[in-house]
Design a protein around this ligand. Structure first.
Ligand code: PLP
Length: 377
């Protein structure tokens, strides 16, 4: 099996697993309980929060544990709307959302649109970058929220979050920066964002575990009623083993120690594919992109078809297409950046620390054979 879908998820690191283990059977307490078993779990949670805050560069009281990047995106958009709705002097207010955000953010914004908020979706340029000038142009007097991610999950492009954050900060706009795909590559925007989030399963931590930074004093209301955990902003018994796993994985990933290896694998792959397969083209900026990502379109081929053929050869990749009601919709990101035709023939290869150059070469050979077979039909 060759696994080249590391942007979808990564395997758990053995060392991270070891750190989590005691919290399943021995330190199993509810961290809110006021007895010895609860206190033992609470100690683990406090330590996980401290470690995460140190990596984020913020106060431990600004770190919130939750279930994933999807929850974080929903919480940021809907929580900011709920807080704003309460205090809005006139009307409902306006949000700026990049058109290449994860569906958790885009669809949350669409939900809010149906509830009377106004939204401007800012389009990327042809290299998959959201230009700060476009964000600035979209700002209105009643803009209270903006979401532009640090790195895109489909094409890997790195966004100018510092500039965008500064625009928002100077106008008192709540800026949410999705950092799910940028850990170890882009510094955390703690100085410029009101909130950002990471999801542990993207960097060799457990699934269902995210940490969100929320700047002290930011206007955000909880989505869940019925629990005072996480300082009243995220109710529900905290998953301590996951928080510990997230902190352990984050410490390893944040230093970017594997970037050089992953970049070398990605570049070996890209160089070979672009020179050996005619009609292949890279989607998104070739420089401003995370080391792991190669998103390519192959003219005359259907991306889904390539994915299935690679799967038959035990090579795992993705296309970024959404499948609903039996119909396949090409990636909204590649469509926004390069048009529908390129999106239909796009395939995402994402490399990780456990991949090898032999796997890269085997994938290139398989791809050459598959693309030429599809084209000859
Ligand atoms: N944001 C980005 C950029 C992502 O890539 C993902 C997952 O693919 C998410 C959010 C959602 O994260 P999770 O799988 O933890 O819900």
């Amino acid at each position: 099996m060759i696994y080249l879908d590391n942007a979808a998820t990564t395997p758990l690191d053995d060392a991270v697993f070891e750190e989590m283990l005691p919290y399943f059977k021995t330190l199993y307490g509810n961290s809110q309980s006021q007895h010895a078993v609860g206190r033992a779990a609470a100690e683990g949670l406090i330590s996980a929060r401290d470690r995460t805050a140190r990596i984020f560069g913020c106060q431990p009281s600004e770190v919130y544990f939750l279930s994933g990047g999807t929850e974080a995106g929903n919480f940021a958009v809907k929580g900011a709307c709920a807080a704003h709705g309460r205090g809005a002097a006139h009307g409902r207010g306006h949000m700026i959302i990049s058109a290449i955000e994860h569906p958790a953010v885009i669809e949350s914004a669409e939900d809010m649109l149906r509830r009377g908020f106004e939204v401007t979706f800012v389009q990327p340029d042809g290299n998959g970058i959201i230009q700060p000038s476009e964000v600035e142009r979209a700002v209105r007097d009643d803009t209270f929220f903006c979401a532009v991610m640090a790195a895109n999950n489909e094409i890997g492009t790195i966004q100018p979050v510092k500039e965008i954050g500064k625009i928002c900060a100077s106008r008192g706009i709540f800026y949410y920066c999705d950092c799910v795909q940028s850990v170890g590559v882009v510094p955390f925007p703690v100085k410029y964002a009101s909130a950002f989030a990471v999801s542990a399963h993207k960097f060799y931590g457990p699934k269902g575990a995210a940490a969100m930074y929320i700047k002290k004093g930011s206007a955000i209301s909880p989505l869940l009623s019925g629990g005072m955990q996480e300082r009243g902003l995220r109710g529900g018994t905290v998953n301590v083993s996951s928080a510990v796993g997230l902190a352990a994985a984050l410490e390893r990933a944040a230093v970017g120690a594997d970037n050089r290896k992953v970049l070398a694998l990605r570049n070996r792959f890209l160089t070979r594919v672009l020179s050996e397969i005619d009609g292949s083209i890279l989607n998104g900026d070739s420089v401003l992109r995370v080391p792991a990502n190669a998103n390519l379109s192959f003219s005359g081929c259907d991306g889904e078809n390539i994915l299935f053929c690679l799967d038959l050869k035990s090579i795992c990749v993705s296309t970024g297409s959404a499948c609903s009601a039996g119909a396949v919709t090409p990636s909204h990101v590649v469509t926004a950046v390069a048009g529908k035709e390129r999106a239909k023939s796009a395939v995402r290869f994402t490399f990780g620390k456990y991949n090898t150059s032999a796997e890269v070469d085997e994938t290139v050979e398989a791809l050459k054979e598959i693309v030429s077979r599809i084209r000859s039909k």
